[in-house]
Write a protein that binds this ligand. Structure first.
Ligand SMILES: NC(=O)c1ccc[n+]([C@@H]2O[C@H](COP(=O)([O-])OP(=O)(O)OC[C@H]3O[C@@H](n4cnc5c(N)ncnc54)[C@H](O)[C@@H]3O)[C@@H](O)[C@H]2O)c1
Length: 287
């Protein structure tokens, strides 16, 4: 158990898919959380995701969780928080803009974390006057279900910040690993090339179901790589591959052309109803 002062209040910036999930797990753990987004409509969407996420719990438990959450369109309302978790879109300019603002109004001792999946923590921290207090807190989707919190140590991230991140993870009941600040960190660095290879197999004419069954029955994976790719989103997968490919300048990360064609066609996976599998008819897509 860590010796750190416990985290009492968290500001979450961006209440989309990840931000809403992060808000939910923090509130479930009994910490106070301020969930911010740009417009009332964004907040409403985030709020309904949280309500859906807790809908199977008792009324009393739902009320307890909601009592820990405040929604706002003004992130300065969270200025006295101990920690910020930023979950805005995966664009360096947007994140740097948010971090500049946070650095200006957050109390000096506050830790600033990004949920980025592919951007450099060093580049995000460089726009602040407290780079030693900036860290990556990479949650996995769906946040309330996935056990892991990947803590990303940037070149400037201080040891105390890492300890704080570990202690926060314990508070919200997540397991952690610490990863260095290179493209893909640890999990995506191993996972994403495997998913890319599975896409190549389909491009070469293999049946998606055969590939998935192979990995489930032969490698003991709980879900096949192509079904997992559909869940992650083919667009998100392609983007992560591109950042590995560019970040390491290494052809072993070159995205499979089939993934590009699927994105061109709008076949993003489960969210659009069509990926390696078809979710309208529950039939395998013939590619
Ligand atoms: N989707 C995933 O599976 C996943 C997994 C791990 C990490 N991530 C990372 O989490 C981050 C968020 O991803 P997401 O899937 O939740 O995206 P999303 O588009 O669902 O949510 C982003 C939210 O940020 C809000 N936003 C945009 N600009 C803002 C600003 N300036 N201030 C405040 N809010 C703003 C948007 O209105 C939106 O609600 C990204 O960095 C992504 O790479 C995503």
């Amino acid at each position: 158990m860590s010796q750190m002062n416990p985290c009492k209040k968290v500001l979450v910036v961006g209440c989309g898919l990840m931000g809403a999930g992060i808000t939910q797990v923090i509130a479930q753990a009994g910490l106070n959380v301020i969930a911010s987004d740009r417009t009332e409509a964004d907040i409403e969407r985030g709020k309904s995701q949280i309500l859906k996420g807790i809908s199977k719990k008792s009324n009393e438990e739902q009320q307890r969780i909601l009592s820990h959450i405040t929604f706002t369109t003004n992130m300065e309302d969270g200025k006295d928080s101990d920690l910020v978790v930023e979950a805005v879109p995966e664009k360096l300019e947007i994140k740097q803009q948010v971090f500049k603002q946070l650095d200006r109004f957050m109390k000096p001792e506050a830790i600033l974390a990004s949920n980025t999946s592919s951007l450099s923590i060093a580049a995000i921290s460089s726009v602040t006057n407290r780079p030693e207090k900036v860290v990556g807190l990479h949650f996995f989707s769906p946040v309330p279900i996935m056990k892991l919190l990947e803590i990303v140590q940037g070149i400037n991230t201080g040891e105390q910040t890492l300890e704080f991140a570990q202690s926060f993870a314990e508070q919200i009941n997540k397991k952690t690993i610490v990863a260095n600040d290179y493209p893909g960190f640890t999990v995506n660095r191993v996972l994403v090339p495997m998913l890319n290879e599975a896409a190549y197999l389909v491009m070469e004419g293999n049946d998606p179901e055969e590939v998935d069954n192979g990995m489930m029955l032969g490698a003991n994976h709980p879900i096949g790589p192509l079904k997992l790719s559909d869940m992650i989103g083919i667009d998100v997968l392609l983007h992560t591959l591109e950042s590995l490919y560019e970040g390491f300048n290494d052809s072993k990360y070159r995205p499979c052309p089939l993934l590009k064609r699927m994105v061109d066609a709008g076949h993003y996976g489960k969210k659009t109803g069509q990926g390696f599998y078809s979710y309208q008819k529950e039939k395998v897509l013939q590619v």
